[in-house]
Design a protein. Sequence first.
Length: 118
Amino acid sequence: MLGTPKALGEAIEGEAVSRSESPLAGRTERDGVVAKAKGNMADSREVMNIRQASQYLGVSPDTLYKYVGEQKIPAFKLGNRWRFKKSRLDQWMEDKSSEMEPQGKRKPKAAMKAAGSQ
C-alpha cells in the first residue's frame, strides 16, 4: 500500500533505481537536486532575520544589532524580532557604495603622513 510514508519512500527509491544505471547515481542526482532547492530557498528569501541578514551582509550579528540600534540600516520589528527586507538592504548597500565613490580620490591618512603634511 502506498498510503504510508515508508511505502511511498520505498516506491520512490525503486523508481530512482530503475531510471538510473546504478542506485548510487540515482541517489546522488536526487540529493543534489534537494540540496540545490534548499540553497535557492535561503537565497531567495525576501525577509531575513538577524542571522540571515548578517550572513548576507558579511558582518557579525552583534554589528548588525549595533547598526539597527543606531538606525544606520533599514530594518523593522515583527513581534519582538528584527527583520530585514533583502530589496531594502540591496538598495541601502547601493546608496552607501555610491556615497563612498567620491571620497576614493582623497589620500589615506598614512599616505599624507608619509608625504609630510598633517
